[in-house]
Each structure stands twice: as C-alpha cells, then as structure tokens.
Design a protein around this ligand. Structure first.
Ligand code: UDX
Length: 443
C-alpha cells in the first residue's frame, strides 16, 4: 500500500495507551494527529517529551516528530478534518466509591469529535469499556455528526502492557476487530496493514465480543495471579513453599508459568478496575453469578497487602509503631512510573498509618508518589532509605533491587531483616549473609 493510500489516523486521548498508539502508528508510516484536552500534555508531546515513563517511547517520539508524520492538537475540529480513522484511547477509570467504570471521558471524546465529522469515517474504540457500551456511542455519533450514518463505529481493544508498550503495539500477539460492516473491516485492515503483514493473528468479530475480549483477558490474568496467591495462603498454613509449587505447575504447559508469580499481587490502572467493572456489568445484565469468582479474585489480591504487613509486623516482634521501615518500590510493577492502585504504596501508606516511619525509594515513580502521598518520606536510593532501618520491605521487583548485595546493605541498616514481597531475591544468599528473610507462602 503506498503512502497515499494509507488512511489518515487520529488518536483521541494521549495517555499511556493513546500516546503510544499515536507514536507507533506514525513510526509505521501513517500520518497521525494526536488529540488531548490537556494542553500541558500536548505541549510536552510537541516538544518531544513523553509525559510518563515508557522504555523506547521517547526515542520513537523524537524520530516521528522529525519525520513530520506526527502532530498533536487540542482541537477536535482539526482532528476531525484530518482523520479517516479516529481511535478513541481515553481512560475509563473506576468511579470513586463504586465498582463500575467511569465512561464520562469516552462519552466526552465522542461528543467532542462528532459535531465536526462531516465526511465518511470510522471511529474505532480502543478504551476498555463494559460490554454494551458501543451501541450507545454509535447512537451519539449518528445523532451529533453532520455526516450521520456515514460515520461507523468499530471496537479494537488494546492489550499493551506498560513497560513493553512499544513492542506490544508494533508486534501485538493478536488484533481484534469488532465491526458491523465490510467497509469498517477494510478500514481497520488498512489502518493496521504493516502489522497484519507480519502475520499477526486477527479475530474479526461483532462489537460486543470485541468489547468483552479485553475484560475477559484481564480477568483471566488476574485470576491466574490470585490463584497462585491463594496457593501461597495454603502453603503458609502447611509449611509448604509456593515458589517450588509455582515452578512445578509451570512445567505443565497447559498451565504455563506466566502470571504465576506469587507475591504482593496485582495493581495498576487495568487489572483491578477491570475485574470490578466486569463483575459490576455482569450483575447489571443478569449474569453476575457467572463471574462472581472475580470478587474472590479481588479479595485474595487485597489480602496479599495485609499479609505482607503481617510479615513485617512479625519480624518487628508484633508492633509497627515507632519502627523505621525502608520500602523498596512504589510503582505498581517494575519498568513503570505508574502508581495507580500500586500495591507497594498501599502497603507503605498503611504501615505509615500504623505509626511506622516509612521511607520509600523507587527508580521511576518517586515524583508521582510524592505528589500523591506527601505524607510519606522518600529517599534517593535503596541504600539511602535503608539507612538505620529496622526492616527492609521489597515491594516492586525492579532489577536494581534484585542486584542489591546483601552484605553491603547489611552495613547501613539497624537490623538485618527483610520481607521480600515479590519473591525477587535469593533467600539462601540473603540468609547466609546474615539476614532474617521472609516471603509470603514460604517457610
Ligand atoms: C495489563 C495487561 O497485561 C494488558 O494486556 C492490558 O492491556 C492492561 O493491563 P499492565 O497493567 O501494564 O497490563 O500490567 P501487567 O504486566 O499485566 O501486570 C499487572 C499486575 O500484575 C502488576 O501489578 C504485576 O506486578 C502483577 N503480576 C503480574 C503479579 O503479581 N504476578 C504475575 O505473575 C504477573
């Protein structure tokens, strides 16, 4: 397909998902306009700065800006004028105090774009939404767009992982096209041509299935993590070792070892809110029982956080107040600065609330953590926060924490006691260096 035949793309919402999608599609040769209502974000992107931590993305942004194929705007009129295919990539966070997700950003994006759509085009939703959202959005589009029925809607869920976002976007393990016409399918095919040419498996389906795929995938992953963490609870009661158990399960290739790492459990902007929104939506449509296990998956995951604090308390002889605790990690997972529903910060804040002096270090998420939780203390390195600590708690498994030399760390702490919340360290090495080592689900 020549450059002239490539559809022109817009990406609405330039957060983790949208910025990555816009930059990656421009790097594949598409002419892309990225839109956000947050002017500061747009200014940053225009000047070549990625507003969040994502390996490889700043380099790709620089390259694509230079190519002239990528522009950023806050104007819906400009986006509508440019795009043949408009990708909706705005967030769908959990509603405060509720399990349902907040669709107001998706709706605002459609309401912002639609009045400027004056010619035939495809709007493709990428945001994670409850099943049944698309027909409502299509109704809005057709009601508000001057082009009326010429505007079509497709659903194209996105499965990228933070920390691997560029690779997951350029070389996804599958594409899902939820469409209602051959034309929409053809448009999406044209919009992903270079990725399809890699032989990427593609599922073409209806809108409802496409909406469901993402919720189903994230629910499965969350369930797998909570499954192994439930086994950790059984191990704790029996003196068994969940690490060996997980390893033995992983050799069964029907089970597989991925997402079977026991520990502090899952967090982030997706898994926790998606399983809650899914359970909520299922209840609304009368099939709550079918996914009621997701409530248990959530409960197991929450217990990991309190059990981790129990381990710290045990090491401290029963009391947290007055103790000096070094927390290694704040991000919800390594290679990210994202602290949304981060288990690490949840644990740190709870221990602070219980009267401990908590000092936190994270290689990437410190600015975000400081802004959100100014009540905690922060340090400049693992060594720095560990100084005079009564206990060290590893909460996010960054590579640099795995590489810590226990004999060196032993020189700065007050007591050589460590809770490995992520099963990231070699227990034998730490114990032989004189540390009291504890991890969930291990003797
Ligand atoms: C997830 C999905 O993987 C992705 O497909 C979707 O598009 C968005 O949500 P992400 O939130 O970036 O991606 O993180 P992921 O790498 O999936 O990890 C989720 C959480 O599970 C992290 O908190 C991680 O620490 C935890 N986890 C993961 C475990 O506790 N154990 C594991 O074995 C794997």
């Amino acid at each position: 397909m020549s450059q002239a035949e490539l559809p022109r793309l817009t990406v609405i919402g330039t957060g983790y998902l949208g910025a990555t999608h816009a930059i990656c599609m421009a790097s594949l040769g598409y002419d892309v306009v990225g839109l956000d209502v947050d002017d500061r974000k747009i200014q940053k992107l225009r000047s070549g700065e990625v507003p969040f931590f994502e390996p490889g993305l700043p380099e790709l942004l620089a390259k694509t800006l230079e190519s002239g194929r990528l522009r950023f705007t806050t104007s819906y009129a400009e986006a509508a004028e440019h795009g043949d295919v408009h990708f909706i990539c705005v967030g769908t966070p959990q509603q405060p105090g509720l399990d349902a997700c907040d669709l107001s950003y998706v709706e605002a994006a459609v309401r912002g774009l639609a009045p400027h759509l004056t010619r035939r085009c495809l709007v493709a939703g990428k945001s994670t939404v409850p099943v049944g959202t698309a027909p409502h959005l299509l109704g809005l589009l057709r009601e508000l767009a001057p082009a009326g029925v010429e505007v079509e809607l497709a659903w194209n869920p996105e499965f990228l992982r933070e920390g691997f976002a560029v690779d997951d976007t350029l070389r996804p393990d599958r594409l899902v096209f939820g469409v209602t016409s051959e034309w929409a399918r053809e448009r999406l095919t044209a919009a992903f041509r270079p990725i399809l040419d890699l032989g990427t498996p593609t599922v073409v389906t209806d809108l409802a299935t496409a909406e469901l795929v993402k919720m189903a995938a994230n629910s499965f992953l969350a369930t797998k993590i909570s499954y192994i963490n439930a086994m950790a609870e059984v191990c704790e009661a029996t003196g068994a070792d969940v690490r060996d158990l997980a390893q033995a399960l992983a050799y069964d290739d029907r089970i597989g070892g991925r997402f079977l790492q026991p520990g502090l459990g899952f967090g982030g902007g997706c898994l926790p809110k998606d399983i809650r929104a899914f359970a909520h939506r299922a209840e609304e449509i009368g099939v709550g029982q079918a996914v009621s296990f997701l409530r248990e998956v959530d409960a197991i995951n929450r217990r990991r956080r309190s059990r981790t604090i129990d381990l710290v308390r045990e090491l401290l002889g029963g009391r947290l107040d007055g103790a000096r605790i070094a927390c290694l990690g704040a991000a919800f997972k390594p290679n990210s600065d994202d602290i949304r529903d981060a288990p690490a910060l949840d644990v740190a804040r709870t221990m602070h609330g219980l009267g401990a002096t908590v000092r936190v270090y994270d290689p990437a998420a410190l600015d975000n953590a400081r802004r959100m939780y100014p009540e905690l203390r922060y340090g400049t390195s693992a060594m720095d926060v560990a100084r005079d600590a009564d206990v060290v708690v590893l909460l996010t498994e960054w590579a640099e924490f795995r590489q810590i030399d226990p004999t060196v760390l032993a020189q700065v702490v007050r007591r050589t006691r460590i809770v490995d919340g992520r099963h990231a360290l070699d227990a034998d090495v730490w114990r032989s260096a004189g540390w009291e080592y504890r991890a969930l689900g291990r003797p």
